[in-house]
Design a protein around this ligand. Structure first.
Ligand code: FAD
Length: 402
């Protein structure tokens, strides 16, 4: 059995950030990735300015091959049923449009960790002093012995299931699917990521340009019909925005744990097992998860280093250190913060001020109708209550992490 300081499960951005901290501190770190690398990851690849800074500061300038075309994004455009549209530019200029297959591979290589791909985590046993990790490669079981394990394995985390078998039943699940179309005509500005707050279109609706095609994506609850939802959005885009697309050439989809960060139900692990990135619940109101994956990942690595230096329990260190990231992600759900503090590093207040009073009223009304759509989810009432209390500005009413 191979003995190492830390095993990280998943070779994504949170893993790369955690690995960077651990390797820099001299800890022997092995990353397990179930897919062959470089691996595909469904994602729009729109990076926030904070995520961009993290990548540059930690891994250096981004090479061209880690980017899609267009290679950058100017900001986000919100569209409302009242046909008001608001374009918000990112602070500090454009940000890279990441090609996740290559950007994640680049980051994990630059972390300096040893990476074992095509190696699926299957289970663990925490014996107090160390953790025995089981994995499967080429049909054979392999085992690792580690002082700590970091679960950076994304929304459907098996590491979480290993320590909290019931967790997946306790949270709302959300499905997202996107289809890729050749473009006949598309008046949507390709320099922006477009997002619709429209109850008739679905829970999460987006479109953007990539590599000469237009992506049309929809989010929906379990049991809904992806094709029907998608068709509805394509007709809406044609009718209301003049977007003409050929039938799709490819499509893809996955399940998402959308919502834990809105109601502060993160899961950070127990004993010698830390959970980070989207597995822990980090994801903001527009489904942007790379920046908080990078930062929470780095904090999980730092927590292990600090716990060793101070001889303190690693969970105590992690929960103390992760509080800043929890607050930041919570702020990204808070309409008051969005209106005045700019937690997304995009100028929502300036975009709002460009609207007439009538349009501003319509935007607030449309946003509220959109939030009500989430009532039908597990935690629906809690989600609506959390949104309402944030709208009223009464801070962080529920911090109930596991
Ligand atoms: C359609 C869509 C569009 C998105 N667009 C954006 C966007 O534009 N901007 C943005 O910031 N965020 C976006 N996100 C969210 C973002 O992709 C995620 O929040 C982010 O990738 C989370 O990173 P992570 O490091 O936590 O884990 P992930 O990126 O989910 O990676 C987890 C890794 O773990 C591996 N893994 C899983 N199980 C095992 C196992 N048993 N053994 C070994 N390895 C395993 C996976 O193969 C994967 O490599 C989008 C998500 C979706 C679905």
């Amino acid at each position: 059995m191979r003995s190492v300081d830390v095993v990280i499960v998943g070779a994504s951005l949170s893993a790369a950030a955690a690995a960077k901290r651990l390797v820099d501190a001299g800890l022997e770190t092995v990353v397990l990735e179930r897919k062959a690398l470089p691996r595909h990851k469904i994602c729009s690849g729109i990076l926030s300015p904070r995520g961009h800074r993290f990548l540059i500061e930690n891994f250096g300038p981004l090479p061209r091959e880690v980017l899609h075309d267009p290679t950058w994004c100017r900001g986000v455009t919100f569209h409302f049923p009242s046909m008001v549209s608001m374009s918000m530019d990112f602070f500090g200029g454009t940000t890279p449009h990441l090609h996740r297959r290559y950007s994640d591979y680049w980051a994990i290589q630059r972390s300096g960790a040893e990476v074992h791909d095509e190696t699926s985590f299957t289970g663990l046993e925490d014996n107090g002093g160390h953790v025995v990790v089981s994995a499967r490669k080429d049909g054979e079981e392999i085992r690792y012995r580690a002082r700590q394990v970091i679960g950076a394995d994304g929304p459907s985390s098996l590491v979480i299931r290993a320590i909290y078998p019931d967790y997946p039943k306790q949270i709302p699940w959300f499905f997202v699917g996107q289809k890729f179309h050749n473009i006949i005509e598309c008046p949507l500005d390709h320099e922006y990521f477009h997002f619709w707050f429209h109850p008739d279109l679905g829970h999460y609706t987006w479109s953007h340009a990539r590599d000469g095609q237009q992506i049309v994506g929809v989010g929906f609850k379990r049991g809904d019909n992806f094709d029907a939802r998608h068709r509805n959005v394509v007709s809406y885009l044609e009718e209301k925005h003049g977007v003409k697309l050929d039938p799709h050439t490819t499509h893809e989809g996955c399940a998402e744990n959308f919502g834990p960060s809105l109601v502060n139900r993160y899961v950070f692990g127990k004993g010698n097992v830390l959970i980070t990135g989207q597995a822990a619940g980090f994801l903001n109101i527009i489904g942007e998860g790379m920046s908080c994956a990078l930062h929470s990942g780095a904090i999980s690595g730092e927590a292990i280093v600090e716990a060793r230096l101070r001889n303190r329990p690693v969970q105590e260190m992690y929960r103390r250190m992760i509080a800043s990231e929890v607050r930041r992600t919570t702020d990204q759900w808070n309409p008051l913060k969005i209106a005045f503090d700019r937690p997304h590093e995009a100028d929502f207040p300036a975009a709002l001020m460009r609207l007439s009073w009538r349009e501003r009223r319509l935007v607030v009304r449309d946003l509220w109708r959109f939030v009500l759509l989430y009532k039908e989810f597990k935690w629906g009432r809690e989600i609506v209550r959390a949104a309402a209390s944030r709208l009223l500005g009464d801070g962080y009413p529920m911090t109930r992490w596991i």
